[in-house]
Design a protein around this ligand. Structure first.
Ligand SMILES: Cc1ncc(COP(=O)(O)O)c(C=O)c1O
Length: 494
């Protein structure tokens, strides 16, 4: 495609939108890459040409190109210009940055509770819950290690332990945090019953009932549940499927209102799959430093990058101890063992105290078994296989969406983790699809579950953590057909 024909594909930029000019430029180019108009390996227009074509400044184009580099769509070649990455696939369009309502509001979870209480038949294909396939986990090794731990330490595993948790686990976690760019000592880590408990302790530590917490939108529904139970209000911020929460929206919110904390999933978030660039992570921490706001970072998917190095944690840029880091082995080794951890920074004492109040300590045997697996169970080799498996499963699901869903379907394309966020434009009702899918023994997670204000009626989340099978393929076909039928019914009703 020539630079001249590219300009004909670029619609005029809008003055009144939540996005900055450079974000708008980046979106246009990104859309052209995703739909295959700009092909992998193709050279992008020079900064000078694009600047003329769009009537924007040089720095706007440079910022847009840098953003696209961060998002993994393009590469800069010295002396030569910018090129579409050869690995960039032609995929369905992805959802745009979300536009949640800008008011602070209590978290409404009534719909979520209703949906979570629905009995699913045993033969249900679980595409709703973000559960990994247990088949992917090294169950034999973990079982052997659990046995060893129980036999070798009978007194220890059956006694009360110290609050921060077992030293061997904390040592291994401290070593692994180096991969996330964090230099942490074992005594800065508290073992918890999964990420869920770590996040709950963190939220309780930095908030009082009635406070406001800034969250991504859409947000992981268990965060909404925790906030509801603590009587917190939510301020949902625009979030992009590639690089997460909008910092410009965050900055203007912090200028206007009192906020007690910010809470987000930093890498391969659930449900939208976003992963902030290092530059953005650092800018986020700088902003929070400026306004003196604590950040609760949920990094449960951080080890699940499909390519390159594990992304850094936001904690890696924390200079003032304001990031409370939360993670676990639930997505990589076993959700059932309930082994997680919290690195509370300056809030260490308060989180330790709350941990005593809430559950006294974390079970010892699973901690020791996970520590032993980290130390010599081949965790890195296991991660390599797991990442490949999750990536293949996600690609199969993306292909199924291309094959079976209406052409106008939009879907995220995360570079790690195991969830996809699907958006069907128009008046599509994901709750109706949910009800119909249940009749076919298929579960999905409808969009409104991921919003404090029941947004995302036309969206749903799919789990890609299960090994691909004919049954899942058939379930995707059924979901695609139900979606098409619903859209057809709507057209007939007009
Ligand atoms: C973003 C996120 N955080 C936390 C959890 C739960 O983690 P854990 O099992 O470690 O409590 C999940 C599980 O789906 C999740 O998606």
């Amino acid at each position: 495609m020539t630079a001249r024909s590219l300009s004909s594909q670029l619609t005029p930029l809008q003055a009144a939108t939540d996005q900055t000019l450079y974000e708008q430029v980046a979106e246009r180019i990104q859309a052209l890459i995703r739909e295959g108009t700009l092909k992998p390996g193709e050279r992008l227009p020079s900064v000078r040409k694009l600047k003329q074509q769009l009537s924007v400044s040089t720095s706007t184009v440079l910022e847009a190109y840098r953003l696209l580099e961060d998002r993994g769509f393009i590469v800069a070649r010295p002396q030569s210009g910018y090129y579409v990455k050869t690995t960039a696939l032609a995929l369905p369009e992805e959802p745009s940055q979300s536009t949640p309502p800008s008011q602070i509001r209590p978290v409404d979870i009534s719909l979520m509770l209703r949906l979570l209480r629905i009995d699913l038949s045993p033969e249900t294909i679980h595409l709703g819950a973000a559960v990994p396939g247990v088949q992917h986990f090294p169950l034999n090794t973990l079982n052997r290690l659990m046995g060893q731990v129980m036999r070798n330490n009978p007194m220890v595993v059956h006694s009360y332990n110290t609050v921060p948790g077992c030293e061997p686990l904390r040592r291994e976690v401290a070593k692994r945090m180096l991969n996330a760019g964090c230099s942490i000592t074992p005594d800065q880590i508290i073992a918890t019953a999964g990420t869920t408990e770590a996040c709950y302790l963190a939220l309780r530590t930095v908030t009082q009932p009635g406070d406001t917490v800034v969250i991504e939108s859409p947000a992981y529904y268990a965060v909404l549940e925790a906030m509801n139970s603590l009587g917190l209000n939510a301020l949902e911020l625009p979030t992009h499927p590639q690089d997460g929460i909008s910092l410009s929206a965050l900055e203007s919110a912090l200028k206007k209102q009192s906020v007690s904390a910010c809470m987000l999933v930093s890498n391969f978030s659930n449900p939208i799959g976003s992963c902030m660039s290092d530059r953005k992570k650092k800018a986020l921490v700088d902003l929070l430093n400026q306004y003196d706001i604590p950040l609760i970072e949920d990094d449960v998917y951080g080890d699940l990058n499909f390519e390159g190095n594990r992304p850094k944690a936001i904690k890696a840029f924390d200079t003032e101890g304001r990031v409370i880091y939360c993670s676990s082995v639930s997505k990589t080794l076993s959700p059932g063992l309930r082994v997680g951890w919290c690195i509370p920074g300056r809030y260490q004492q308060q989180v330790e105290h709350l941990k005593v109040v809430v559950s006294h300590m974390t079970a010892t045997a699973p901690q020791l078994a996970v520590a032993a697996f980290f130390a010599n169970g081949g965790y890195d080799r296991h991660l390599r296989n797991l990442r490949r498996a999750y990536q293949q499963q996600m690609n199969r699901m993306l292909q199924a969406i291309l094959d079976y869903f209406p052409a106008e379907t939009r879907v995220t394309c995360p570079s790690g983790g195991h969830v996809l966020w699907v958006e069907i434009p128009g008046g599509f009702d994901a709750l109706e699809l949910f009800e119909e899918a249940i009749q076919h023994h298929i579960s999905i997670a409808p969009g409104p579950m991921f919003s404090a204000s029941n947004q995302y009626q036309n969206c749903f989340r799919l789990n890609t953590g299960l090994p691909w099978s004919d049954e899942i393929d058939q379930a995707m076909k059924t979901l695609g057909n139900l979606t098409k039928k619903q859209l057809a019914r709507q057209i007939l009703a007009i």
